[in-house]
Ligand binder design. Structure first.
Ligand code: HH2
Length: 274
């Protein structure tokens, strides 16, 4: 698995090879466009490129294994053979396996090993795994999500999934965790999870955060008429800086150049000495 950079968060560029992702659907649906976009992300400062072939936005339709493979494998192969650290954003063990064969080194599973075969794929291949919290399923997750204490419940879920992963033989150093910003959460839940991200960081497992362009940002900045995705960059950067200061080790972002600059500027401030 990719070694995380020492002393600063890694930047994971988002590359959706889909027609329907919430903010960039259709932009890189063609493999050649996707490969060029992935290489550009690395030039702009991405440490990892996260390739996804199925949208997880609320209400998204499921994609067949064959179609997901058709979308992602040529892109993973081309980027990995160009030396890029590739993660594969999938919930399907068969897609994860083929992507790892094609050179992916991390599996970003938004269901945190829900499929019974996923843990074995990760264990047998030696890939890394990002375990993300989601309440319910993409289709229904935003229908009235409720928690007594969102931070403690997300923490408990992630600890249980870490236990499952490690019980299946996945080594501790291959595991990242993610509170799943926007996955079965209200605006208030998302804000609380960011504000208290240090609680997750205190587990010692690297914390990944994906705030980029998410609807909470549009809602906070204009509650009566949420800002459209192309108006969410400033809010995204503010949220990722808070996450960094609260201990996030991997930042997942669409706007790689801007995200890189925000990470580097924050690092410079945090590392300044008398
Ligand atoms: N968010 C999305 C997808 N995958 N993975 C992790 N680990 N964390 C996240 O917050 C996360 C994720 C949703 O964003 P995006 O990929 O841009 O949209 P879509 O799912 O519509 O393709």
């Amino acid at each position: 698995m990719t070694e995380l950079p020492v002393g600063r968060p890694a930047l994971m560029g988002i590359l959706n090879v889909t027609p329907d992702s919430f903010s960039d659907g259709g932009v890189n649906f063609d493999a050649a466009d996707a490969i060029a976009a992935g290489l550009r992300m690395v030039e702009e400062g991405a440490d990892i490129v996260d390739v996804g072939g199925e949208s997880t936005r609320p209400g998204a339709e499921e994609v067949s294994v064959e179609e997901e493979l058709r979308r992602v494998i040529p892109v993973v192969q081309a980027l990995a053979s160009a030396g890029v650290n590739v993660s594969i954003d999938t919930m399907k063990p068969s897609v994860a396996l083929e992507a790892i064969d094609a050179g992916a080194v991390i599996v970003n599973d938004v269901t945190a090993l829900k499929h019974p075969e996923m843990a074995a794929v990760i264990h047998q291949t030696g890939a890394g795994i990002c375990l993300m919290h989601m309440l319910g399923e993409p289709k229904t997750m935003q229908a009235n999500p409720a928690y007594a204490d969102v931070v403690q419940e997300v923490l408990a879920f992630l600890k249980e999934r870490i236990w499952v992963a490690e019980s299946c033989g996945i080594p501790r150093k291959k595991i990242w965790i993610d509170p799943g910003f926007g996955f079965g959460k209200t605006v208030q839940h998302n804000l609380l999870l960011l504000k208290h991200l240090d609680v997750l960081a205190a587990t010692g497992y690297p914390v990944l955060i994906g705030v980029s362009r998410k609807s909470t940002i549009g809602r906070v900045l204009n509650p009566d008429d949420p800002l459209p995705v192309e108006e969410r960059l400033e809010g995204t950067l503010a949220a990722q800086v808070v996450a960094q200061m609260k201990g996030a080790r991997i930042i997942r972002a669409h706007d790689v150049k801007a995200a890189r600059r925000a990470i580097d500027m924050t690092c410079a401030i945090l590392e300044a000495e008398k």
